[in-house]
Design a protein around this ligand. Structure first.
Ligand SMILES: Cc1ncc(COP(=O)(O)O)c(C=O)c1O
Length: 494
């Protein structure tokens, strides 16, 4: 065998490296039950880790070392036996727990029936069953026309494409701090961190941004009343429409119902109403991005979508993440009156509305209803908010915790420490003298060391809690205890 092939076969073709289904789960079971694994499997994993280190593009960043080999409910397991409480849900995706038996079961069943039909060739049954289940839970009954795609970014791009086509206008208004994805069109309306687009321009033209009502964006104290932030943001929108882009040349405004990668800041209902009014006045379409906040993540326990609290009607709504609980599926939803004007063939994609993903997503909605997930969100949200506020009020920590905010189980804690970015230290009114530096990333690192996966968000010092929506009382308690210990240690270390 030529030397290159021989080394490949050592790394990839060794029978015990998970290439067969029999040996791998058995050894995994031993490890996850707390028993030591066989030396053979350990060295196989070591070889795979080295392969990953060498051959996965450096463009992907990761917060943990090692190979995630199994997920079960609120926990994930690594190749070295680590068991971690997962308060990331794969960034708001596995919201009903890892490898949810009903959802994985529905997908497995569909796998044996029909995997792929291709949307331009035929409809598939799960696609239609999914629409059947989505229709009654839409935030507004006018949202009755569906297009399914694979990722949030693709859905965002489809929504912008639709808006431009339907209005015959080019300009797009997005929010400072927004995150809508990393493909070209989605990246153009992403304004949360420069890392996502640096040195890759020119980007999609016709994109303008206004500040989202978050106190940082105006460099005013965190105590600034929300109404003031809202009127500042809406004023900037008005200015934009008289100084830079004429309303009659503006296709859409795109906004997240909860600013996700920009700091976990819920859009105030008055802001959303203001955007709606401006859109109505000028014939601009309002696109609501519920990719991260949707499907109960930022629910008040009543509906599935964060926009519902405001009563605002989106012209187009974009969904993904929790919709498939890990199966890649996204959606663009609008009203027939608009989508009936699209030309057949203008929307589509090889895997758009894949039958297996649609079957999984239809089951997600059944689980929500039958297992009363919204009730659990309301109770656990209350528990998590109360516990985090109690951590915030502890005398030794309170000077360093600026804010506990969010909605449902999309909750953030913001620290008062200075933020270092690639362009220097951002010093603004949120910084408290003497607060430890880089608190969010240091706290997250400690939480991970202590057995809980957790993420930071935004260019500010923010930790985000994204627990499963069916998380237990005990696991919320455990997560908060780990977090409190981590914050206390960082404060002690200074
Ligand atoms: C609000 C929002 N929109 C769009 C996206 C992009 O989705 P995807 O990563 O599936 O392309 C994300 C991803 O985090 C998101 O949070």
């Amino acid at each position: 065998m030529p030397p290159r092939l021989a080394s490949l076969s050592r790394l990839v073709l060794r029978p015990s490296v998970a290439t067969t289904t029999t040996k791998f789960p058995r050894s995994l079971k031993l490890r996850t039950a707390g028993m030591s694994s066989s030396a053979e499997t350990q060295s196989d994993f070591q070889a795979l880790r080295e392969l990953g280190a060498k051959h996965i593009t450096k463009g992907v960043g990761r917060v943990t070392e090692g190979i995630m080999v199994k997920g079960e409910g609120s926990y994930v397991y690594y190749d070295d036996g680590r068991k971690m409480l997962d308060f990331t849900c794969g960034i708001g995706v596995t919201n009903l727990g890892h490898a949810n038996e009903r959802i994985s079961g529905a997908a497995a069943k569909q796998c044996m029936q029909l995997v792929h039909s291709q949307c331009s060739i035929a409809m598939n049954e799960p696609y239609l069953r999914l629409i059947q289940r989505l229709l009654p839970v839409m935030p507004h009954s006018s949202l009755d026309s569906f297009f399914f795609w694979n990722s949030g970014s693709e859905a965002v791009e489809a929504s912008i494409k639709m808006a431009r086509y339907l209005t015959g206008r080019q300009n797009v208004i997005c929010m400072q701090g927004a995150y809508h994805g990393r493909t070209y069109g989605a990246m153009a309306v992403t304004k949360s961190k420069t890392i996502y687009s640096e040195f890759t321009g020119p980007w999609m033209p016709g994109v303008y941004s206004i500040p989202f009502p978050y106190w940082h964006h105006f460099n005013v104290p965190p105590s600034t009343p929300t109404s003031e932030l809202v009127s500042q943001s809406l004023y900037q929108l008005d200015l934009l429409l008289v100084q830079q882009i004429a309303p009659k040349e503006t296709a859409c405004i795109i906004v997240e119902s909860v600013l996700g990668e920009g700091g976990y800041v819920p859009a105030p209902p008055e802001f959303l109403k203001g955007l709606r009014q401006t859109c109505d006045k000028h014939g601009i379409l309002l696109i609501i991005d519920e990719v991260q906040a949707g499907f109960g993540r930022a629910s008040d326990g009543k509906g599935l979508f964060a926009i519902e609290e405001s009563g605002v009607k989106p012209d187009i709504m974009v969904i993904a993440k929790g919709l498939g609980n890990g199966f890649p599926i996204s959606g663009v939803i609008s009203r027939r009156e608009l989508t009936d004007r699209l030309k057949p063939g203008s929307m589509g994609g090889t895997y758009a509305g894949n039958a297996v993903c649609c079957a999984a997503a239809a089951e997600v909605l059944d689980v929500f209803r039958e297992e009363k997930i919204l009730d659990n969100i309301a109770v656990r949200s209350n528990q998590l908010f109360t516990s985090l506020r109690s951590v915030q009020s502890s005398p030794s920590l309170s000077p360093y915790i600026l804010d506990v905010r969010g909605k449902g189980l999309m909750i953030a804690v913001e620290f008062a420490s200075p933020t270092s970015t690639t362009s220097g230290v951002i010093t603004d009114v949120g910084v408290v003298q003497g607060a430890p530096e880089k608190m969010a990333s240091r706290v997250a690192k400690k939480c991970i060391e202590k057995g809980m996966l957790i993420l930071t968000t935004s260019v500010y010092e923010v930790i985000r809690f994204i627990p499963p929506l069916n998380v237990s009382e005990e696991d919320v308690k455990k997560g908060v205890a780990i977090f409190e210990e981590a914050v206390s240690e960082v404060v002690r270390e200074g």
